[in-house]
Write a protein that binds this ligand. Structure first.
Ligand code: ATP
Length: 240
């Protein structure tokens, strides 16, 4: 795959729940290496769209192409094995295992010798700033550190697309600063789709922003363009 191609291409994606259209004819294309933020007021359809992309939600209409391949009929686990990595709003770590063991579980899915796994575990934990806590039990970490551990587990899978669903929720301001630096450090190497409510984080780290409102793409553009967009401003003022 060359740098011009899109890692993810979503076209006409629609999800209808009874009488409610949670995603309405959504088009989205994320080029390789981009940090894309997906924002929108509560209930705009962000989680639904991520579910459609990852395969946890079945579309009513539309297509999802990942790495140039149509994946609409593919179950979630196959999309993961193709390189779609994600972390959820709810933490999914193993509390009784050490940080090292948690990340090793993610690394081992790709195979490798014990020494290689160990090296990659340490690298991933170092990247998120948990390099000095490798042998601690995950359950003993603060909530914010547990979220960072999850991101390390996502990164350890070396995903072609890393989807982060509200990663800064519950983080302290210091942890948010570290998170911003982490994602900026990934830009250009890892393609990221970030669902985020914290506008300060979005404006600081996104290359490009897609705004959803009532299931539809309301606007798309650079952080500056989105900040200046009147329709986006009124969607947020109306919604909050
Ligand atoms: P938030 O920012 O609050 O997490 P969101 O932008 O992620 O919201 P969604 O959770 O995707 O929005 O919800 C979009 C709309 O679809 C909402 O009106 C929600 O009630 C509805 N919805 C989501 N999942 C279902 C479901 N399984 N069945 C029925 N309606 C649903």
């Amino acid at each position: 795959m060359n740098g011009v191609e899109n890692v993810l291409e979503v076209s006409g994606l629609t999800k209808v729940y009874g009488g409610l259209t949670a995603a309405n004819n959504v088009d989205l294309a994320i080029p390789e290496g981009q940090v894309r933020a997906l924002i929108g007021p509560n209930g705009a359809g962000k989680t639904t769209l991520v579910g459609l992309i990852t395969g946890r939600v079945t579309p009513s209409a539309g297509t999802v192409r990942f790495l140039g391949r149509e994946v609409g009929d593919m179950p979630a686990f196959k999309r993961i094995s193709m390189g779609m990595g994600y972390t959820f709003q709810i933490t999914s770590i193993f509390a009784k295992l050490s940080l090292h063991e948690n990340v090793a579980l993610a690394v081992r899915r790709r195979g490798g010798t014990t020494a290689q796994v160990d090296g990659e575990v340490r690298a991933a934990l170092g990247e998120v700033g948990l390099g000095d806590r490798i042998e601690q039990l995950a359950g003993d970490l603060s909530y914010g550190h547990q979220r960072l551990l999850e991101i390390a587990m996502g990164l350890a899978q070396k995903p072609k697309l890393l989807i982060l669903d509200e990663p800064t929720q519950g983080l302290s301001s210091g942890e948010v600063t570290a998170f911003k630096a982490l994602i900026r450090g990934l830009a250009g190497q890892t393609t990221v789709l970030l669902i985020e409510h914290n506008m300060d984080v979005v404006m600081a780290i996104a290359d490009h922003i897609t705004v959803l409102n009532f299931g539809e793409v309301l606007a798309e553009g650079s952080p500056e363009e989105i900040r200046a967009n009147g329709a986006v401003q009124s969607a947020y003022l109306g919604g909050e």
